[in-house]
Design a protein around this ligand. Structure first.
Ligand code: F6R
Length: 240
């Protein structure tokens, strides 16, 4: 694993965006795996700047990791909304295609299959990941078993508590999500894992330096041959 530590999340975001830029400019049909959450905001800011400076993204396809079950794309806390707000609506010309799981699909199992087919037909060149304080990636929560493909997951109380900051009431946080599975994530050619802040220091240590454990899903990334971990000094504090 290539571990890079930056002074600020903003510096880290610029570095991560430049890795994405390299993929976009070196491929005819680049496929970028995207994430939501606070961690990826500096990456999207930097990417928007690159586009404003001339980076062409009209040939890019994106596939997001996850979406809450029960939130329509027009719900302000949905990940569809997040992506429009922080990236898609800010880049001027539209990308080739942008995909997220549909959290209000009438048949969720069929929706998971549809999303698996999309991933199969659009192999991901580079996947952007944040990490939950409990070690989740996407919404692959700590468990005895990890699921390979796209699936519906029950969110843990820890994740519901952490994500409550984005909702007016904790009771409004959806209890389920659709997420890409661990195998889909590991099939990306390149992976970037980002984490900032003191509150991520313990889980970054466990994910990178302990063994591989299903109760720390991010530790599965140790099996991948091309992972870049992008940290600030706070999240890197326990790495020594
Ligand atoms: C979101 C996602 C999650 C987040 C993680 C960290 O699409 O896949 O795994 O990356 O919960 O969230 P933040 O960045 O808000 O700390």
């Amino acid at each position: 694993m290539n571990i890079r530590v930056f002074r600020t999340p903003s510096d880290a975001g610029i570095y991560a965006a430049s890795m994405v830029e390299r993929v976009i400019t070196s491929s005819e049909r680049p496929v970028i795996g995207l994430a939501t959450g606070e961690t990826v905001l500096p990456v999207y800011d930097a990417l928007v700047n690159l586009v404003r400076c001339g980076l062409d993204v009209s040939h890019v396809t994106t596939l997001n990791l996850d979406e809450y079950v029960g939130l329509s794309p027009n719900h302000p806390q949905s990940y569809h909304w997040f992506m429009r707000e922080h990236l898609f609506s800010r880049i001027g010309t539209p990308m080739q295609a942008t995909h997220l799981p549909n959290g209000v699909a009438p048949d969720l199992e069929a929706e998971c299959e549809r999303y698996n087919d999309l991933i199969r037909n659009h192999p991901i060149d580079i996947q952007l990941l944040g990490i939950g304080v409990n070690g989740h990636i996407g919404f692959n929560e700590p468990s005895h078993t990890l699921i390979t493909g796209t699936h519906v997951v029950n969110l843990t109380p820890e994740t519901i508590n952490m994500n409550a900051r984005f909702f007016s009431r904790k009771d409004d946080v959806p209890r389920q999500a659709i997420t890409m599975g661990i195998q889909s994530i590991l099939q990306a050619k390149q992976i970037m894992l980002l984490a900032f802040g003191e509150h991520k220091a313990d889980i970054i240590y466990e994910a990178l330096k302990d063994g591989i454990r299903t109760d720390v899903p991010a530790s599965m990334l140790q099996l991948h041959k091309d992972v870049t971990v992008i940290l600030d000094s706070h999240s890197a504090a326990r790495l020594g």
